[in-house]
Write a protein that binds this ligand. Structure first.
Ligand code: PMP
Length: 326
């Protein structure tokens, strides 16, 4: 018999899938690392499990403990899955711009979810950074995960996603493109790929309203770059420790409208029903067209599944209301 001992053993070893129609004007092969095949339907299952295992190993997380995190949903689901199998409680703090579906899914996995306002400074006591930190200090036998600065986040991708991509492309990968939020995905994968071949180029996808691109190009943390945006999962108004700028060759920014429109296009033209950051990632990749030559092998990572966006990017009334389609 061949079976996984529990759901956590099915994390990782996701497929690499060729893009066809959307990339037909590019000279190179474009392959998608298709992370929705993870049991929580996102790449975040990998780092959630790794963060828990590392915290168990050094005693930060003790038996019967409570896991506390500020999460936009996917990390929460990864943590909730591992918590169910391993016997922990979860409290998640989420910002009010995240889709209702993401909240419902977390609650369906037994987690307590607290919703905080988006349009306040990170240092404001109502912000989801502040609330999650405070709960971490006040709740007995609790562990505050802090995916932004927790090194196990990037390490998960260094140990699993990076080696998988290298093996699946037979070491032929020339470029890696991915959306950046906490930075764990890009930094962990880039470190592994560049150790195998320093010529691999790594591009981050950023959003308008986020600080990454400007900071990478100038070293200046420019508060004028920070304003509310619609795109989910990528961009930040802080510099998380998990973003290692030395491992990133460049950033390109994608508009909210383009990210939403290309999320729809992935489903309609490739049969890939994916989240909003996948739309941003493929549009960003197309913006980088001049970087790619004939025999290049470009890998783009798609983080999460379309089911969490049915009320938004997959709802044409919402798309019209936002002015994204006529
Ligand atoms: N896409 C989605 C849907 C996400 O939830 C995240 C995590 N915030 C990202 C992209 C960015 O990944 P990372 O945090 O590893 O930079």
């Amino acid at each position: 018999m061949e079976y996984a001992k529990n759901i956590l053993e099915t994390i990782g070893n996701t497929p690499l899938v060729k893009l066809n129609k959307l990339t037909e004007d590019l000279p190179c092969l474009v392959l998608a690392k298709y992370e929705t095949f993870n049991p929580g339907n996102s790449a975040k299952d990998r780092m959630a499990l790794k963060m828990i295992e590392d915290a168990e190993a050094d005693g930060r997380l003790k038996p019967g403990g409570t896991i506390i995190e500020g999460t936009s949903g996917n990390t929460g689901l990864g943590l909730a899955l591992a918590a169910i199998i391993k016997g922990y409680k979860c409290i998640f703090v989420i910002s009010d711009k995240q889709s209702k579906e993401k909240c419902d899914v977390l609650r369906a996995h037994g987690a307590e979810v607290i919703v905080c306002p988006t349009d306040v400074e990170p240092t404001d006591p109502r912000s989801y950074y502040s609330v999650s930190k405070r709960l971490g200090e006040e709740t007995p036998n609790s562990w505050y995960v802090n995916q932004y600065d927790n090194p196990s986040n990037a390490r998960a991708h260094y140990e699993s996603t990076g080696p998988e991509i290298w093996k699946q492309t037979d070491g032929k990968i020339t470029h890696f493109v991915v959306g950046v939020g906490t930075g764990g995905t890009i930094s962990g994968i880039s470190k592994y790929l560049k150790e195998q071949n320093p010529n691999v180029k790594v591009w981050g996808i950023d959003t308008y309203g986020s600080v990454f691109k400007k900071y990478h190009e100038t070293g200046i943390f420019d508060e004028n770059e920070i304003y509310p945006y619609v795109t989910e999962g990528i961009g930040e108004d802080i510099l998380p420790k998990n973003v290692d700028f030395s491992l990133i060759d460049g950033f390109t920014k994608v508009t909210d409208k383009d990210a939403a429109v290309y999320t729809q296009k992935l489903a309609l033209e490739e049969g890939m029903f994916l989240g909003n950051s996948a739309g941003a990632a493929i549009k960003g990749l197309l913006q980088l067209k001049d970087e790619f030559k004939k025999d290049d092998v470009v890998v783009v990572l798609f983080h999460d599944h379309g089911s969490r966006y049915v009320g938004k990017m997959y709802n044409n009334d919402w798309m019209k209301e936002m002015g994204y389609i006529d």
